[in-house]
Design a protein around this ligand. Structure first.
Ligand SMILES: Nc1nc2c(ncn2[C@@H]2O[C@H](COP(=O)(O)OP(=O)(O)OP(=O)(O)O)[C@@H](O)[C@H]2O)c(=O)[nH]1
Length: 408
């Protein structure tokens, strides 16, 4: 299921700290903001704060990025605080972004073990210490033998081939990363991981400004914090199977319902039989597809109430219009050829062994739904409105299913 426009813009919100930092450093390079806080302490405190929240919320995957940021910031403090005319500083300034972009990209695209395992803890330690390795390598010795070594110190505007090469590599990896991101779907947390890289690049560009590395680290940590909050919100309010908002979100919506509104309960007909015939997995696929159909309906908000029951909320109380809208939904579902992947049920264990590991066959199935709607009465409490919609649904089932009943 693809994300709609609103969801994409919501996920993009996590990039706000980066934009703010970029704007501030572009328009107000001399602003006191850049030496207003005690660095490096502030940056380490922010990193520790975000890491504690991630731990508290048991979202340990965030710690890998925070570990890299910590290691990177430490290296900047330890190795990049002297003039660039020193060969070892210049070499570090050249290699650090190349290393960071490569490491972060691999961290993002390769499968990561859960943190509380041997492999997870090892990866966390490697990620924390990896930037520090650059301080141990004889980078200056490598670069001093390069014919155009002094070009490392030239700003980009003076077109040093080495620096353009560095920028080209970073752009190339960033584009690859963006391609993977869009292929796998933009989510706030994957976007925040990419933003960590952007923040480090921002530091590289604004390198000459005081405490830029500290501000870039804070911007990246805040981005990770926002994505953590958004992820928790998603866990609390979004149903994982259908990606529709779930009952908790519905109850919040019902509590701010206007006078002119209506609620519809809908339920898949004979779903138990469907599950028994095709299997629970195919049943799940059907619920996912039904969720996608309902999410696309204009003029209503769809929720997964629970099980095979869904709820639609309308912000008008016009019975004729409701009837038309609901009939349209019912018809659309009944006419929709649901293509599902079905693992064929083996007749005996021998057949089962042979089929194991094979991709399931696709099959087109059709389902129908019954809908019960209640228009809000004056001063009616949301629970009562929901109950009347449920009773209307019961009537629709009794009427023979695949139909709409509006409570009188
Ligand atoms: N696959 C799948 N099945 C579910 C899920 N939640 C509930 N169900 C199934 O939905 C079925 C609901 O069955 P019933 O409440 O008896 O209703 P029904 O068979 O749809 O019959 P009517 O509603 O009277 O048309 C049960 O078999 C549940 O196991 C789910 O998340 N996935």
């Amino acid at each position: 299921m693809s994300l709609n426009q609103n969801e994409v813009s919501l996920h993009l919100l996590v990039l706000a700290p980066l934009f703010l930092l970029a704007l501030a450093s572009w328009f107000y390079p001399e602003l006191a903001l850049f030496d207003a806080l005690p660095f490096p302490l502030t940056a380490y405190l922010v990193l520790a704060f975000v890491a504690s929240l991630a731990l508290l919320m048991r979202q340990t995957d965030w710690l890998y990025w925070l570990a890299f940021l910590t290691g990177h910031y430490w290296v900047v403090q330890a190795g990049l605080q002297q003039p660039l005319t020193q060969p070892d500083v210049a070499a570090l300034y050249f290699f650090l972004p190349l290393f960071s972009v490569t490491y972060l990209w691999l961290l993002a695209i390769l499968p990561r073990p859960p943190l509380w395992t041997k492999a997870g803890i090892l990866l966390l330690l490697i990620t924390l210490l990896a930037p520090g390795l650059l301080l141990l390598l004889p980078l200056a010795a490598w670069t001093s033998s390069w014919p155009d070594y002094h070009q490392l110190l030239l700003p980009l505007s003076q077109s040093s081939p080495l620096m353009w090469g560095q920028l080209g590599y970073i752009t190339f990896i960033s584009c690859l990363w963006l391609a993977v991101l869009s292929y796998r779907q933009f989510k706030s947390h994957t976007l925040a991981q990419f933003a960590v890289l952007l923040a480090l690049l921002l530091f590289n560009i604004g390198f000459m400004q005081p405490d830029m590395s500290g501000w870039a680290t804070i911007a990246a940590s805040t981005t990770l914090l926002l994505s953590l909050a958004m992820h928790m919100l998603q866990l609390a309010y979004i149903d994982e199977l259908t990606q529709l908002p779930q009952r908790r979100a519905l109850l919040a919506h019902l509590n701010r319902l206007g006078k002119k509104s209506a609620v519809t309960m809908l339920d898949v007909d004979h779903f138990k039989k469907f599950n028994d015939t095709y299997g629970h997995d195919v049943g799940d696929q059907v619920l996912r597809l039904l969720g996608a159909i309902l999410a696309k309906q204009p003029g209503m908000t769809a929720y997964r109430y629970g099980g095979e029951e869904f709820t639609l909320v309308f912000h008008h109380a016009n019975p004729k219009r409701l009837q038309e809208q609901l009939e349209q939904v019912r018809q659309q579902v009944a006419d929709y050829p649901l293509v599902v992947r079905q693992a064929e049920r083996p007749k005996d264990t021998q057949q089962g062994k042979q089929q194991r590991g094979q991709a399931g066959k696709t099959k087109t199935v059709q389902i129908t739904i019954s809908l019960g709607c209640a228009i809000r009465l004056k001063g009616e409490k949301p629970e009562l409105l929901l109950k009347r919609a449920d009773q209307a649904l019961y009537k629709a089932k009794k009427k023979g299913r695949n139909c709409v009943v509006i409570a009188s």
